[in-house]
Design a protein around this ligand. Structure first.
Ligand code: ADP
Ligand code: MG
Length: 865
């Protein structure tokens, strides 16, 4: 069949017409229709590229390479000439390349370095239904670029299955072209009863099913397995089955050398069985398949909250994915699909995968966006908005890694607006952040690799990165025998749990992952086996970016510093030596895992932080994979986050002001020392004054007499402005209290301290004399008695006296040379006021005669004149 017969050609004219007029297009057609291989060629042939390139974004590296190769063959040019590809660790490109297949962050990075997207005439987003993070984000960026600097840029979104409704709105105005394609019916068979792959390995179940249906179908078979290791085992199992000996068995996955990948999609005279990852689900079409064996598993990238990174773990695929896999059996003739699970189990599978934007850690893309000058990532036109918490988490991590920084250099706090939304102050990328972007790995490891390069331990860090990606291979809760064997094999360790993992992996590698040898040490050999290829990958990435990956002896401390660089947000401080309780940065608490070897370090960084719900519903934070950290490293690596400060505070229990010397890493207090010595006296006085003003401490000597004195001074200032006495304001009062407190650091010191001497200093000697003369405390009356005068903040001064004390006194009183009239409060013998008057003459005349009889009867022992 010539490519020209492929169903996509039914849409050729509308595709070209649409792109000429609009520049945005969605093409929806089933797998195998010719979208990936033919559409880029159409653009080229019809002159839509105008001398530029079409960049085709693919979710999978293997697909990008194989598609490039296929299209190069169809065009009749060597790979890397007119048609090329560019994936994470390799590329085949030239000056002449017009069709370029790329993966992951390559396009997004190009957009950030060159927002003009020079030389690119069209961008094609392939396999968009998979909703890969980079697809979503690169599409949003492409739209921005088309709306601003490049209105001529052509954007095509291609998909096998899609809820094209929302996408069409998002892209609008935009055309949607649909091809029904051609397909045949596929019979779906389930297992009659569930299989536990721990008992019957998945490869054996798959080989058994291949053998069972081999006689029933004519064409080739396609087996889906989650990863390279399972594929290898399946190939062996099939080759070991005599009923299947006429089949050529071909593995297909990304870790194979290119020649082997090519072999899997080549044509043969014999029947073949291809054992593939989900790259064959929709990305690649393999002709001639009429039977599919689906194990129902795939490696799925997901944010792992324990490790704080994205991990690839094997999970059950969704029903939608399973339907796509089944469809591969009906491309050229009716087919059959065997699912290695039961129909009942099928009903419990999720219908659809969550888009990656909803389940991955966003820190790497957030950093890329910031590198493009998009600081407000929440306001970015996402096709589907990520959870605001996920964005906050990503920004928080990037800030802790030193990759972004708040505008004023302080870690910005979140705050809520009236609308209830959280607003993040915009944080910008730093120099470190830009360097980190060179490494296409999770930002934690990018930061660690940078650190490792400076410290000559890139190999160790690459291995640590590989060790944390997959499932834990060093089993927990091992028996006594295993523990002893481990101690013999790995020795003692006090620096980092990573070092034990590294030794365990080296051991497993040395014994070639022998099940028996691994079991003795409690090593999951299959999980350990997966570390090697990842290690190689990380090394390649490091080497490609010019890091020194040579083997050399390094100090453990240097490696531990790299762990700190990547996991500073997991820094923990032991609260005591008796328990394993810890305090972490960002106000969290946790408990160090009992099996950690790092039991003595007062500070450590945990590479794994898991929240475990306890019986009572309380959440325990378990810290594992610990690395001992020395405090000076914090200052060395994160100088801006390490603070030493002396604070002066009032110690309630000691009732004194003390000096607190504190060392902090971010919000975590590393050590606080209190001392009563060396307290700066002016700070002590200020603190004591605040407490006195707030009413928390009382100056016993500051009594009513003192208040009267202050009132007298203030009234003197008011009534006799010519004396130029300064009135005492509230602020002056604080100053005076501070003067009383000065020189003291404890409550004991100020409690009974006299205050009058300090107050009297407020006035000059002259003013003092005038005060006593003009506004005296007591007044000598005509009968020779001295009576107390009370001064108030408002109104006249009041002289209070019992009737008996007033005999022989008459008329009005004044103070200050007659300028201040005095009110007289006449008291009964029981000190109760009888009358307030400013003229005693009136009292004697009018009031006194009326009350005298009554009072004299009540108080017969007093004198009554
Ligand atoms: P789509 O993207 O719509 O799924 P493709 O463009 O990938 O379709 O494939 C269209 C057809 O081209 C396939 O059905 C197959 O026949 C052929 N084809 C694609 N890639 C290869 C390849 N590497 N080797 C052989 N044939 C291929
Ligand atoms: Mg395709």
């Amino acid at each position: 069949m010539s490519p020209r017969d492929l169903p996509i050609y039914e849409l050729e004219s509308p595709i070209i017409a649409s792109l000429r007029s609009r520049g945005r297009l969605i093409v929806q057609a089933p797998t195998g229709s010719g979208k990936s291989t033919q559409l880029p060629q159409m653009l080229l042939r019809h002159g839509l590229l105008d001398g530029g390139q079409v960049v085709v974004l693919q979710p999978r590296r293997l697909a990008a390479r194989l598609l490039a190769k296929r299209v190069a063959e169809e065009v009749g040019a060597p790979l890397g000439d007119v048609v090329g590809y560019q994936i994470r660790l390799e590329s085949r490109l030239s000056e002449r390349t017009r069709i370029r297949f790329v993966t992951e962050g390559i396009l997004l990075r190009q957009m950030s370095f060159d927002p003009q997207l020079r030389g690119v005439a069209a961008v094609v987003f392939d396999e968009f239904h998979e909703r890969h993070l980079y697809g979503d984000i690169s599409l949003a960026r492409a739209i921005q670029i088309q709306q601003t600097t490049r209105p001529d840029l052509k954007i095509v979104v291609m998909s096998a299955t899609l809820d094209t409704g929302s996408l069409k709105d998002y892209l609008g105005p935009c055309d949607l072209l649909v091809s029904e394609g051609r397909s045949f019916s596929v019979d779906i068979e389930y297992l009659p009863k569930p299989v536990n792959f721990d008992n019957e390995p998945v490869w054996e179940a798959a080989a058994r099913e291949c053998a069972r249906i081999a006689g029933r179908v004519d064409g080739d078979m396609l087996v889906f397995m989650p990863g390279a290791y399972e594929i290898g085992r399946t190939v062996q199992a099939i080759q070991g089955d005599r009923t299947l000996r006429d089949f050529a068995v071909l593995p297909l996955h990304g870790e194979l050398p290119p020649e082997q990948q090519d072999r899997a999609v080549a044509r043969y005279d014999t029947r073949k069985i291809i054992v593939s990852t989900n790259v064959a689900e929709t990305s690649l079409t393999i002709d001639g398949v009429t039977a599919v064996i689906d194990c129902g598993l795939a490696r799925v990238a997901r944010y792992d909250p324990h490790r704080g990174i994205n991990t690839l773990l094997i999970e059950k695929i969704s029903a939608a994915s399973a339907d796509q896999r089944a469809g591969r059996a009906g491309r050229t003739a009716p087919g059959v699909c065997v699912r290695l699970w039961t129909e009942r189990e099928h009903a419990q599978r999720p219908r659809q995968e969550l888009p990656e934007v909803k389940r991955l850690d966003l820190s790497e893309v957030v950093l890329t966006l910031k590198a493009s000058g998009i600081d407000d990532v929440a306001g970015f036109p996402w096709l589907e908005k990520p959870d605001p918490k996920a964005l906050e988490r990503a920004e928080g991590l990037l800030a802790d890694l030193g990759a972004i920084i708040g505008s004023a250099g302080v870690p910005p706090a979140t705050h809520s607006t009236a609308a209830g939304t959280t607003v993040l102050p915009l944080r910008k990328i730093t120099e470190v952040g830009r360097k980190m972007l060179r490494f296409p790995v999770h930002p934690r490891y990018a930061r660690m690799l940078l650190e490792a390069d400076a410290r000559g331990c890139v190999r160790a860090v690459a291995l640590m990165a590989a060790l944390t990606q997959g499932r834990n291979f060093l089993l927990r809760a091992a028996s006594r025998d295993v523990e002893d064997a481990r101690e013999d094999a790995f020795g003692e360790e006090h620096e980092s749990d990573f070092f034990i993992l590294m030794r365990a992996w080296r051991h497993a590698d040395k014994v070639n992952y022998s099940l028996e040898a691994c079991r003795r040490l409690g090593i999951h050999s299959q999980a350990a086996r997966q570390v090697g290829p990842l290690f190689e990958q990380f090394l390649e990435i490091a080497e490609k970016e010019g890091l020194d990956v040579s083997e050399r002896r390094v100090d453990g401390a240097e490696i531990c510093k790299c762990v700190l660089a990547g996991f500073s947000d997991h820094l923990a401080k032991r609260l005591d030596t008796g328990t394993l309780r810890c305090e972490l940065v960002h106000g969290r608490r946790g408990v160090l895992a009992r099996e950690s070897a790092i039991q003595k370090a007062p500070l450590f960084a945990a590479a794994e932080v898991s929240e475990i719900e306890g019986r009572g519903g309380e959440v325990n934070v378990l810290l594992s994979l610990a690395t001992a950290i020395q405090e000076p490293w914090l200052k060395e690596l994160f100088p801006a986050d390490y603070t030493e400060a002396t604070g002066v505070v009032y110690d309630e229990s000691a009732k004194r002001v003390i000096a607190r010397r504190e060392r902090r890493f971010r919000d975590l207090v590393l050590e606080a020392k209190a001392s009563a010595d060396d307290v700066p006296l002016n700070e002590a006085a200020a603190i004591l004054t605040q407490l006195v003003l707030a009413g928390k401490l009382k100056l016993e000597a500051w009594d009513e007499a003192v208040e009267q004195w202050i009132t007298r001074v203030n009234r003197l200032a008011e009534w006799f402005p010519e004396l130029e006495v300064n009135p005492l304001t509230e602020a002056d009062r604080a100053t005076l209290i501070e003067q009383v407190c000065y020189g003291e650091t404890s409550y004991k010191g100020i409690r009974e301290k006299p205050v009058m001497p300090i107050l009297r200093d407020w006035l000059t000697a002259e003013q003092l004399a005038v005060l006593d003369q003009y506004l005296p405390e007591r007044l000598t009356m005509a009968n020779g008695r001295r009576s107390r005068i009370t001064y108030h903040k408002e109104g006249p001064p009041v002289l209070s006296a019992r009737i008996q004390e007033l005999y022989g006194v008459d008329g009005r009183f004044t103070l200050g040379h007659g300028r201040v009239p005095v009110k007289i409060e006449v008291l009964a013998p029981n000190q109760r006021p009888i009358q307030v008057t400013d003229d005693l003459g009136a009292f004697w005349r009018e009031m006194y005669p009326k009350i005298k009889t009554e009072l004299s009867r009540r108080y017969p022992r007093h004198e009554w004149r």
